[in-house]
Design a binder for this molecule. Structure first.
Ligand code: AMP
Length: 424
């Protein structure tokens, strides 16, 4: 008999072998946010549809075609949350956090839902780590938030991440920029897709992140937001740049970076990864959303935050996980020569072996071995009969055993076979 159901399109099972990466990502999120005074908040998985329609602006793709919206049994329209910022801002006011000392620093980790066309890096249920700093418009908070995201990637040892920043101005200067964009695109309207023609009418900034080839060709010479900033926005952007420089955070000013949601003001940023090409190159992004609270019907209140995608980050962590098979450590100096010999022997059989001859505590070295995603640690000199026995430790299972030297190679091969690399 055939199974009655399959996993819904665009969803995934996060299997035991992958939990390691998820624990790393969420653990780093908790630790880094908490250490900076951010407090965790969990909002409901579904909310009244109006929360997202109002906040995303009726022109954005998320609202027009990507929401999981359903009537509940009481006839109210509900939506599975497509993003985290609007719910957090709602909760901030609901709980009276707006009356506490400002700004309020919050973070969240959890699933989100968008009825996207599933493809690599694009799921219908995906996961984000996000932070929001609400109640203060200081550009130094933009820097704080960006630095927190940067630190998160760094703590995962993810290389190849680039930070893209831009300012998209505010209510004072954006109208002028919008006009300039329309003037630029108007002569080419006939060449644009229907969707881009509608963007031209409703939200021309979004022409800058259109993926349609005709629109892409026009993007290079389009007017730049930065040339249209009012004095206040320009000064804010300069402060953000200075803050990043002082923090030693490398960044690229990307004048074509705009955010898909309409409530963003001033700073917009994204974290890109070199391995993610084309449309899905973003690991996450965020920006300032000083217009959101008022859009939602609350008192005008500034905010800044980001959302980083855990699913795409997991894919990259996994792909990078081709660490050495073996991490070899001499427990004391007298064993180091023997360890070099054994390492050579294993390498001759084609195994990747890293030899750690640094001084330092054994558990620190084992920690390094795990961070490098080594699968086995070879400890030489741990036993009294070090000439005859060595210790092999499975770094995933955290189990070790003492084995006679002449059985080393065969035992290594057995253990590697029993604990295949996660990426295999
Ligand atoms: P956004 O909320 O659109 O700014 O997205 C922030 C990050 O969340 C993106 O850079 C992705 O890493 C991730 N993300 C957004 N939508 C999806 C999706 N449909 N599938 C997987 N990841 C997503």
């Amino acid at each position: 008999m055939a199974p009655v159901a399959q996993r819904p399109r665009g969803t995934q099972d996060i299997l035991p072998a992958e939990q390691l990466y998820w624990q790393e990502m969420t653990g780093a999120g908790d630790a880094i946010a908490t250490a900076r005074g951010y407090q965790r908040i969990d909002t409901p998985i579904f909310e009244a549809t109006a929360l997202f329609v109002r906040s995303a602006g009726e022109t954005s793709d998320v609202v027009t075609k990507e929401m999981y919206t359903f009537p509940d049994r009481g006839g109210r329209s509900m939506t599975l949350r497509p993003e985290g910022t609007a719910p957090v801002v709602r909760a901030y006011f609901d709980a009276g956090l707006d009356r506490e000392r400002q700004p309020v620093r919050l973070y969240y980790i959890g699933p989100f839902f968008r009825y996207d066309r599933p493809q690599a890096g694009r799921h219908r249920q995906f996961h984000q780590f996000g932070v929001e700093v609400i109640g203060d418009a200081a550009p130094s908070l933009d820097v704080e938030v960006i630095a927190l995201g940067w630190r998160w990637f760094a703590s995962l040892k993810l290389s190849g991440v680039s930070l893209q920043v831009n300012s998209i101005g505010d209510g004072a200067c954006r109208p002028r920029y919008r006009d300039a964009l329309r003037d630029y695109y108007r002569p080419y309207l006939d060449a644009l897709s229907e969707q881009d023609r509608s963007r031209f009418e409703r939200n021309p900034l979004r022409l800058l992140d259109s993926k349609d080839p005709d629109a892409v060709a026009l993007q290079a010479s389009a007017p730049r937001t930065l040339d249209f900033l009012c004095d206040a926005c320009r000064q804010a952007f300069e402060q953000v740049e200075r803050g990043l420089q002082q923090g030693g955070i490398p960044y690229v000013v990307n004048p074509r970076l705009v955010r898909g949601l309409d409530y963003y003001t001033r700073t917009a940023f994204e974290f890109w990864h070199e391995s993610l090409l084309g449309a899905q190159n973003s690991l996450g992004g965020g920006g300032r959303y000083d217009g959101l609270a008022a859009d939602l019907g609350y008192r005008d209140t500034p905010g800044v935050g980001f959302a980083l995608g855990l699913d795409r980050t997991a894919t990259i962590l996994k792909a990078a996980d081709i660490g050495p098979a073996i991490y070899a450590v001499a427990v004391d100096e007298s064993a180091s020569r023997l360890m070099q010999e054994l390492a050579e022997e294993l390498r001759r059989r084609g195994l990747a072996v890293i030899v750690d001859v640094s001084s330092g505590r054994l558990d620190a070295k084992l920690g390094r071995a795990s961070k490098m995603h080594a699968r086995l640690a070879l400890l030489v000199g741990l036993q009294e009969d070090a000439r005859d026995h060595v210790t092999l430790r499975d770094l995933r299972l955290k189990k070790q055993e003492s084995i006679p030297r002449d059985r080393l190679l065969s035992r290594v091969l057995e253990m590697l076979a029993a604990a295949p690399a996660v990426s295999a």
